[in-house]
Design a protein around this ligand. Structure first.
Ligand code: MRU
Length: 344
């Protein structure tokens, strides 16, 4: 992505967020000064994508630390705990959010004074952001080895620079392969209901001149049947180390089933901060969002009044449908994640 377009950044007590709800038509930044406003931006999806919301939440805590006037260590910790709870409840599925919040709180709790807390919390949030970009570049490097010249790659949702602190995961692999001179063609699935593929993935790739074609989600199977897809690459919101299940944007599972049927490699690119080492499938909360996301397209109602709606934001792809998981620490089969000591 062009360097002047930044997903998120910290500028002395302000968190600047590119408002993704306005893309691709408008480049508008939100300037946030409280943890509560960051939580709202995450909930309303001004910023979205698992790693990006982790970084945003960490910076939300940094805002609390930066603006709190107290000199008391205990009072500052108390304020941080309140912000922590508000940020935790912004979205339930992507594990990066909880991972980043816990990391920053740990740094705060280890500090001996209010001043030290401030320094440590801000430093930790910035480290999380920098670490995410570094991890993504490494994912790109590791994943590009699996991409061949001439590959036609299907992707779903947006797992690009916009979904992270920079560079992207699934799109990071595509970026890296493209920069190595491999000729690739990307099919971006529009990703109903919020259209992250149509609005964001196309925009990101077009800006870099990477060949991309937009399809609606229900065209993917036919495209595969035609032999037009040689690889599928998606990101993830949570990968369960215990079982290898991949939780990602609703629609991912359909692509994985089709890819298996047509013998097409199904690749998942994610940093180890997306791996959940604790939870089992039953313990994971799949977010259900406002029915209006399905009932309306860009503000225009498309279904009859009174219709009932089911709107889960994510689905669960079982490990047997996943060929490889590409992380910054290497490329693994889903069943290899357990006990590998990959904890970020
Ligand atoms: O609801 P969203 O837009 O936050 O969902 C995003 C996805 O599902 C992405 O594929 C995932 O977070 C990986 S982003 C690198």
């Amino acid at each position: 992505m062009r360097s002047e377009v930044r997903t998120i950044r910290w500028i002395d007590g302000v968190v600047e967020i590119l408002d993704q709800r306005k893309l691709p038509h408008q480049i508008k930044y939100l300037r946030l000064k409280t943890a509560r406003s960051v939580a709202k931006a995450i909930k309303d999806m001004a910023i979205r994508g698992a790693p990006a919301i982790g970084v945003a939440a960490a910076m939300g805590l940094a805002l609390t630390a930066y603006h709190a006037r107290t000199k008391s260590r205990e009072k500052l910790l108390e304020k941080l705990r309140q912000s922590y709870e508000i940020l935790r409840s912004s979205r339930p599925t992507a594990v990066n959010l909880f991972w980043a919040l816990d990391r920053v709180m740990k740094a705060a709790e280890e500090a001996g004074s209010a001043e030290e807390i401030r320094i440590r919390v801000i430093r930790e949030a910035l480290k999380i952001a920098e670490g995410d970009v570094e991890a993504n570049k490494k994912i790109g490097e590791n994943g590009a080895k699996l991409i061949e010249d001439g590959d036609k790659i299907l992707t779903h949702c947006n797992a690009g620079a916009l979904a992270t602190a920079g560079y992207g995961t699934a799109l990071g692999v595509i970026r890296a392969a493209y920069s190595q001179g491999k000729r690739i063609m990307v099919y971006a699935c529009e990703t109903r209901p919020r259209l992250q593929g149509a609005k964001l993935t196309t925009w990101e790739l077009m800006m870099e001149g990477i060949p991309v074609k937009l399809i609606t989600d229900n065209m993917a199977a036919f495209l595969m049947q035609r032999g037009e897809v040689t690889k599928v690459i998606v990101g993830a919101d949570r990968i369960l180390a215990k079982t290898g299940h991949v939780i990602n944007k609703i629609g991912t599972l359909s692509h994985a089933i089709c890819a298996k049927y047509y013998d097409i490699p199904f690749l998942v690119a994610a940093p180890t901060s997306t791996i959940d080492f604790e939870k089992t499938l039953e313990e994971v909360v799949i977010e259900e969002r406002d029915p209006r996301e399905v009932l309306y397209i860009d503000g225009r109602r498309i279904a009859p009044e009174g219709i009932e709606v089911w709107n889960p934001a994510f689905d669960i792809t079982p490990p047997e449908l996943v060929t490889y998981i590409i992380t910054e620490k290497g490329v693994f089969k889903p069943e290899e994640l357990r006990g590998l000591g990959l904890r970020a």
